[in-house]
Ligand binder design. Structure first.
Ligand code: TRP
Length: 335
């Protein structure tokens, strides 16, 4: 049986946090070790430009995200690990797909619609601050996906629509020209993988409620101490299902440890004690990786060479696919 090809991109605009780890990075790396999948992971740095015009931040984030994945055990000989901007065929394909994607389809994209809606609400021109990059974002993402004939695309809920658009665009191209593209499908983790942040809402950079993945031990402890709880005293029963501390616990603990903590909640464990145990649990899972992360961050040349090797492997696929695409649309040598 052919291997399943799993592909996902990470926009390089922030520092990875525990929510990214539990919801995306940890499951992706685990899956990449399986013999039945072929994994493609990349730094979506051209996507970063859509929402970030700060070059230093894009650069720093690319370095941090690459170091994070490597520190957490991604094996770059196993998975193809690369930077989007090192694959020139992705932007070439973006143009060809732009000429096939319906504008009306892009009009319906959530990110663009939300921007227009916000403008209308504030009485601005509907297109105020809307760039062509934001508008065409789903086409670039379609090129990322279709370039490598990926079958399964692990994404957050907010990205499902984009994967469906990639599928639409592929179908249309295959119908109009030649059967070049594999039709991709989104794979969404279950809700329990969506971690709560310090304030109990979804952990997200946009809510400013994150716990960074590789801060120092001291800062990790401090962040955990900041998680919002209620005023119940030690000895008073606490509801595990209404607690961010418990939710984080379940994301790191074995089922047995989870049942034990559930009982401790019901028996009135003190918040301070629960947080202390939570810190120890999370720290135990992350401390070796933190060391490797710090070493990698000190050795950017090594990270760069890993990415270059990954790009070479990726370009074998992208060059072959782009050749097919060009031929299909009539761009080829004349003689
Ligand atoms: N747009 C995605 C996000 O912000 C990142 C991304 C870019 C991506 N290209 C992709 C994800 C291709 C999956 C496949 O999360």
């Amino acid at each position: 049986m052919a291997k399943e090809r799993v592909l996902t991109g990470i926009t390089t605009t922030g520092t990875p946090h525990l929510g990214n780890y539990v919801g995306a990075i940890r499951p992706a790396i685990q899956a990449s070790h399986s013999d039945s999948v072929d994994s493609f992971f990349f730094l979506a740095d051209y996507h970063a430009l859509i929402k970030c015009q700060d070059p230093a931040l894009v650069r720093q984030s690319s370095k941090e995200i690459a170091a994070t994945w490597l520190a957490l055990g991604l094996d770059p000989d196993e998975a193809v690990f690369y930077r989007q901007s090192d694959i020139p065929q992705i932007t070439e394909l973006t143009w060809v797909l732009c000429c096939n994607a319906a504008k009306g389809l892009m009009n319906r994209a959530h990110a663009y619609k939300a921007a227009v809606q916000a403008n209308l609400e504030s009485g601005d021109d509907p297109d105020f601050a809307v760039t062509m990059g934001l508008f065409s974002y789903p086409v670039l993402m379609a090129a990322d996906i279709l370039m490598f004939n990926a079958n399964k695309i692990p994404v957050g809920k907010d990205q499902i629509q984009h994967v469906e658009m990639a599928r639409d665009i592929a179908q249309r191209f295959n119908h109009n020209f030649a059967d070049v593209f594999t039709l991709p499908e989104a794979v969404v983790g279950d809700d329990s993988a969506v971690l709560q942040g310090l304030d109990g809402r979804k952990m997200s950079k946009s809510y400013n409620n994150t716990i960074p993945l590789f801060d120092t031990e001291k800062k990790l402890r401090k962040s955990i101490n900041k998680i919002k709880t209620n005023l119940l005293e030690p000895g008073e029963p606490k509801d595990p299902d209404d607690s961010t501390v418990f939710q984080l616990w379940t994301a790191f603990a074995s089922p047995r440890e989870t049942e034990r903590m559930r009982a401790d909640f019901v028996n009135g464990i003190a918040w301070g004690e629960a947080k202390k145990q939570l810190f120890e649990l999370i720290n135990a899972e992350l401390s070796d990786a933190r060391l490797r992360y710090n070493q990698l961050m000190e050795d950017p040349a090594h990270i760069e060479s890993v990415l270059q090797k990954g790009a070479e492997r990726a370009r074998i696929h992208s060059a072959a696919l782009m050749k097919k695409v060009r031929e299909a649309v009539g761009i080829s040598s004349i003689g």
